[in-house]
Write a protein that binds this ligand. Structure first.
Ligand code: FNR
Length: 360
């Protein structure tokens, strides 16, 4: 294949660069993968109502998220184990994000340490947190993220236990020799186990991640650092209201890319209720199924401040490291620019709810 011209072609190409275990881990969803598919299908249910005869000779994509400037309303979603795709892993992702002026959320389960990733200059970086049963370990992670210069804590709330991804179970997913969850292994000796008949990551969650976390724990979490809190994985208006009451400054509407509760509502379908419930009191972002510039346009029109992309970044990484991730970002940016021009929107402020209609 010549150079990929869209994100779907990157996925096809990436498959050849990845082991079966890595491709399955990256691409799969939980159980029947209904939510995984519906995240995409949801975008086809929203139609655009373009405005004509607007001067679109200059398109401005700049915005701010939690007060920090972005060249384009995009962040890279937190994704574990990026060195499975390319030896530069999270360093390549962070460099591509920084040079494009978009954000990056680093996973607790990264294969490069949070300190190393923070050495990439000029990037907006948030740290994604999984709260471990070991409070001391969790506290140390938060303190390290703050010291290293991360700008927000993104607490993932949709994973008290790991969703059942059957391909990972079948493959007995684990990390190959030499790869480790870098934020944890050196300091706490934790690693992803090898488990007969089960995904090692599922076992890791069952052993290490705190399934008893509740809203009350957010006060403790916020006492650990002055970092703003973003809750990732909210799918209901009432939870969004609670998030704001408990001090969250940002919400990521997400079902973890269909990897947690199968049958959960598509992120895009959950967005309108959450925008209405939050009523401007926090910034609302969305991830799940963003593959085209028009997907971003639809999410912004419904009220998202920015979107996050997950898997396509891994496909870019697998195909050509930092360059591939840069290309993924630039393809989406070009598509959004064209989609805005064709919709009569010269800047993000011109994108409003009149641009979309829901077609069930
Ligand atoms: C994820 N996701 C995720 N989320 C999180 O909060 N912490 C994590 O460590 C991970 N790890 C992870 C690994 C892989 C391989 C994938 C594909 C996803 C979920 C991720 O942040 C995001 O919610 C979804 O990937 C968004 O959906 P799309 O863009 O992949 O459809």
């Amino acid at each position: 294949m010549n150079s990929p011209i869209n994100l779907f072609e990157y996925e096809q190409l990436a498959k050849a660069h990845l082991s079966q275990m890595a491709f399955d881990y990256y691409s799969s969803g939980a159980w029947d993968e209904i939510t995984l598919k519906d995240n995409r299908t949801a975008f086809t249910r929203i139609k655009l109502r373009p405005k004509m005869l607007v001067d679109v000779s200059e398109i401005n994509l700049t915005t701010k998220v939690l007060g920090e400037p972005l060249q384009f309303p995009l962040l890279i979603a937190p994704m574990a184990f990026q060195c499975l795709a390319h030896s530069d892993g999270e360093m390549a992702t962070a460099s591509a994000a920084a040079s494009a002026g978009v954000g990056m959320v680093l996973s607790t389960l990264s294969t490069k340490s949070l300190e190393e990733v923070a050495t990439v200059d000029n990037g907006l970086q948030w740290f994604q947190l999984y709260i471990h049963k070991d409070r001391g370990l969790t506290r140390a992670l938060v303190e390290r993220a703050y010291t290293a210069g991360y700008k927000a804590l993104c607490l993932t709330v949709d994973a008290p236990v790991l969703g059942k991804r059957e391909r990972d179970q079948r493959n007995e997913f684990t990390l190959p020799p030499g790869l480790h969850p870098a934020n944890l292994t050196k300091i706490s000796g934790l690693d992803i186990p090898q488990e007969k008949g089960e995904s090692g990551l599922l076992t890791y969650f069952a052993q290490q991640i705190n399934p008893a976390l509740t809203w009350k724990d957010l006060e403790w979490l916020q006492s650990l650092s002055p970092l703003p809190l973003v809750l990732k994985g909210i799918l209901r208006g009432d939870d969004a209201v609670r998030a704001v009451e408990y001090g969250a400054q940002g919400i990521v509407v997400s079902n973890h890319g269909g990897r947690q509760l199968d049958g959960a509502i598509a992120s895009l379908d959950a967005l309108p209720e959450i925008i209405a419930a939050v009523d401007g009191k926090a910034e609302v972002l969305l991830d799940g199924g963003i593959r085209r510039g028009t997907d971003i346009l639809k999410a912004l029109a419904i009220g998202a401040k920015a979107v996050l992309i997950g898997r396509p970044v891994l496909w870019g990484l697998a195909v050509s490291g930092q360059e591939g991730v840069s290309d993924i970002i630039s393809l989406l940016k070009d598509e959004l620019t064209t989609a805005m021009a064709l919709s009569g929107c010269a800047s993000l402020q011109d994108i409003d709810s009149t641009l979309v209609i829901r077609n069930w």
